[in-house]
Design a protein around this ligand. Structure first.
Ligand SMILES: [Zn+2]
Length: 262
């Protein structure tokens, strides 16, 4: 999740390193206290804080209405996936050229019109399966806890105890950086891939769609004209080739055939 503009991710990454390098012993001890508090953050707190941020992001974005062909197409894809409506998810489409989609701890899934323009319904199902994995496996919550160690605004949230606070603008901004620029570990990405794979199989979909989606993003990120629009969801991840291999192997072992001509 993670990730509107690569530039934002780079700047955020650099400033995080700067904070770490300036830590003195006193701040490290204080950081330890914050770490303990962050680890006690409950699911309900995380979901509430993420919801506050998403409400703000929705208000600032061009959310396409239900009558939009994009939204109707997304609903059709979702409804074709058995079991997806059993998860506490809410979907919206943002009218933006960015090739991006992300899911949050509170079950919000946002799909950009840019990714819908370049992907088939099958490929989008593959992307959604992966993103739902990050929600179901609580990856966003784990990322948020980690980021609290390096963001002063986020530490304020962590030190609020069990209470749920109304977030300040700076806290919402810091939370947005965590959500939109989150870099998941290799293990988390593999777990989300495996979750998505299993979900697609159980939903009656051919899991090759996930391989096809990865290949499409890899291909787009290699094309100079479109690369600035491709988020780092999968494409800039160093392990994309390994992940494609892993899912391909599972498809073959489970007896699935790649759709003809794709
Ligand atoms: Zn991911």
């Amino acid at each position: 999740m993670k990730r509107i503009l690569c530039l934002v991710a780079v700047v955020f990454g650099l400033s995080s390193c700067g904070v770490v390098s300036q830590l003195n012993t006193g701040r490290l001890i204080q950081g330890g206290v914050y770490a303990a508090q962050a680890l006690t953050l409950t699911d309900a707190q995380v979901e509430n804080y993420v919801s506050q941020y998403i409400q703000q992001l929705d208000a600032q974005s061009q959310v396409l209405p239900e009558s939009s062909p994009y939204t109707q197409r997304l609903r059709k894809i979702i409804n074709s996936m058995d079991g997806v409506n059993e998860l506490p998810l809410n979907f919206k489409v943002y009218k933006e050229d960015q090739v991006n989609a992300f899911a949050c701890a509170d079950g919000s899934v946002r799909v950009y019109s840019g990714i819908m323009d370049v992907m088939t319904d099958e490929e989008l199902a593959g992307v959604l399966g992966h993103e739902m994995g990050h929600v179901a496996l609580h990856h966003t919550r784990k990322q948020m806890q980690k980021q609290m160690l390096t963001s002063a605004a986020m530490q304020g949230i962590a030190s609020a105890g069990d209470n749920i606070a109304a977030l300040t603008d700076s806290q919402l901004g810091a939370l947005g950086e965590v959500i939109l620029n989150a870099k998941f570990s290799r293990t988390m990405e593999t777990e989300a891939d495996d979750y998505g794979y299993n979900f697609l199989c159980e939903a009656g979909k051919n899991p090759w769609t996930m391989v096809m989606a990865f290949e499409k993003l890899q291909q787009l990120s290699g094309e100079s004209q479109s690369s600035s629009l491709v988020s780092n969801i999968f494409s800039s991840h160093p392990d994309t080739a390994t992940r494609i291999e892993h899912i391909t192997r599972r498809c073959i072992n489970d007896g699935y055939s790649r759709p003809a001509g794709k």
